[in-house]
Design a protein around this ligand. Structure first.
Ligand code: NDP
Length: 249
């Protein structure tokens, strides 16, 4: 699939690995200037920055915990200073701390809600004014099939991902008249570091529940994100696009 994002500025949270990295690479390939954040993997970020720059992409990277409001402010200010605008924001950063509620610690609840949901508040709030002034913008938030159908052992994760959906629909209503769209992508079972830790039995059960009969790739998700950021999606807002091989229909 080909999209043209030449001249556009894109900011992706959690861009060094998995789905976020595929989103960064796809936007770069489509001609965008790409800024990405990460929390800890500095050497991975450095290698990715070098790879993109070598291919002629304008790239910025920031070590910034997406759960940290002040850090989000610094990232957005630096991108605006460098490029003058942010056309597309993709809130992708996310973590899991799975356990049955019976054994889930308060720290695991707080960490997941902060990294997955507060992070979305942080970055959306920081781009709100600049995008309003531009009278254009695309915000795409990465939720999960788990936020729609639930999953035992993931009450914290499911709550954070369902929260993203309600947040995004409300923000879509707030920003619609300014020419800004807000949509959600809800991936199903995608092969990344996050899912590599799953036991074989859980993996097989998961595969049986996918009508398309295979796990998704990070690129499958990236293509849906690029579509929602593209002119082809200009009349779509407040929607949840499931990229899950049919898991949640
Ligand atoms: P990975 O664990 O493979 O990668 C996560 C990325 O996010 C890394 O680049 C990581 O950087 C970064 N990150 C994590 N926490 C933070 C933080 N607090 N601040 C900044 N960056 C952070 O995850 P996936 O690619 O699998 O998942 C990406 C998103 O997609 C998540 O929101 C996840 O919930 C969602 N998702 C994934 C599914 C799957 O099957 N894989 C299914 C449905 C949704 P670092 O290495 O530096 O920590």
């Amino acid at each position: 699939m080909t999209f043209d994002f030449s001249g556009q500025s894109v900011l992706v949270t959690g861009g060094t690995r998995g789905i976020g990295r595929a989103i960064v690479e796809a936007f770069a390939q489509a001609g965008a200037r790409v800024a990405f954040t990460y929390r800890s993997a500095g050497h991975v970020a450095e290698a990715l920055r070098a790879q993109l720059a070598q291919n002629g992409t304008d790239v910025l990277d920031f070590q910034a915990d997406a759960a940290d409001f002040e850090a989000a402010g610094r990232v957005v200010a630096a991108v605006l200073e460098a490029w003058g605008r942010i056309d597309v924001l993709v809130n992708n950063a996310g973590i899991t701390r799975d356990n049955l509620l019976l054994r889930m610690s308060e720290a695991d609840w707080d960490a997941v809600l902060a990294a997955n949901l507060k992070s979305v508040f942080n970055f959306c709030k920081q781009v709100y004014r600049p995008m309003m002034r531009q009278r254009s913008g695309r915000i795409i938030n990465i939720s999960s099939v788990v936020g729609v159908v639930g999953n035992p052992g993931q009450t914290n994760y499911a709550a954070s991902k369902a929260g993203i959906i309600g947040f995004s629909k409300s923000l879509a209503r707030e920003l619609g008249s300014r020419g800004i769209t807000v949509n959600v992508v809800a991936p199903g079972y995608i092969e990344t570091d996050m899912t590599a830790a799953l036991p074989e039995q859980a993996r097989e059960a998961m595969l049986r529940s996918i009508p398309l009969g295979r796990p998704g790739t990070p690129e499958d998700v990236a293509q849906a994100v690029l579509f929602l950021a593209s002119p082809a999606a200009r009349y779509i807002t407040g929607q949840v696009l499931h990229v899950d091989g049919g898991m949640a229909m």
